[in-house]
Design a protein around this ligand. Sequence first.
Ligand code: PEP
Ligand code: MN
Length: 361
Amino acid sequence: MENKKEFRTWLDDMQLSHPLVIAGPCSAETEAQVLQIAHQLKDTDATVFRAGIWKPRTRPGNFEGVGTVGLQWLQKAKQETGMQIATEVANSNHVEAALKHDVDILWLGARTTVSPFIVQEIAEALKGTDKIVLIKNPINPDLPLWLGAVERLYTSNISKLGVIHRGFSTYEKSKYRNNPEWQIPIDLKNHFPDLPLLCDPSHIGGRRNLIFDICQTALDLNFDGFMVETHFDPDNAWSDAKQQITPDVLVQMMIDLKVRKKQAASEDYLFELHKLRANIDVLDDKLLGMLGKRMQVADSIGQLKKENNVSILQTNRWNEILGKMILQGEEKGLSEEFILKIYKAIHQESINHQKKVINKN
Ligand code: PEP
Ligand code: MN
């Protein structure tokens, strides 16, 4: 399935002068709550009103959504505000109910995209619909699974498609609720440059003070817009209280975010860029040269260890290098996270080299 220009038409048809914003509460709680938030969002950059009706909770016993009755509240919000409405569907019954209530945008949640069985069931229930369907990334950092869901829906003749990046779950705790792993949506964009790509900063951040920076990063990476959880009383929301922001905060955020141009045509800009890129190319060349040399030294160490029948992994030495490099990296403005990643990769490559030498007859 090659890239399709038609992917973009639904977004172009909206004729927005700003990134697309889908906003609204994590969950529809009561009719009054839905209507109040929708009215607060009515004259903002938010074009689409979201609310979860069926809530997939990680552990049972939490609020699991109001169910189908919430769709009537969403319809009422649409009638009163003129906003389009969006909700998550997780099986074919949900799809049927959402279509019956004329929901404009249906999205597949992260817990759905992981299962090709359920994605297929939903794709078949949606067959040929002219509604917009958005696909969140799977919980785990697995690009083919995400691409596969896009392909299953496309094969069901759903062409108004888009994707939502909501980050990836990890066992190790980090500052994010779900690690952004920006490389994955970037890779997805390389597969389908015309597929609208939105960012869900709420589920990536998990805390409202991270939302602005995540949105700015998304814009800097040419994302097309956001899905942001918004509530008039975030602290007392029935789900995802820590990550919701008020409609006022959303309005201010849209003012403060910098939307940068994708390209600039001025001669000066192009000349400067060319010069800097030439510089980068020279440095990349040096970098690879140094890495090649480092691996040659690793080969010699492998040979020495082989002759003396010593094991490859020397934990003390490795920890010593890592500690030293983190300190030196800091002096050069390189983050600990980056040094850890790069040195783990170098160490692994070095072990591979030594293994080859030691196992050679
Ligand atoms: C949500 O949007 O409220 C939601 C449950 O998201 P996710 O599928 O990304 O966890
Ligand atoms: Mn949520």
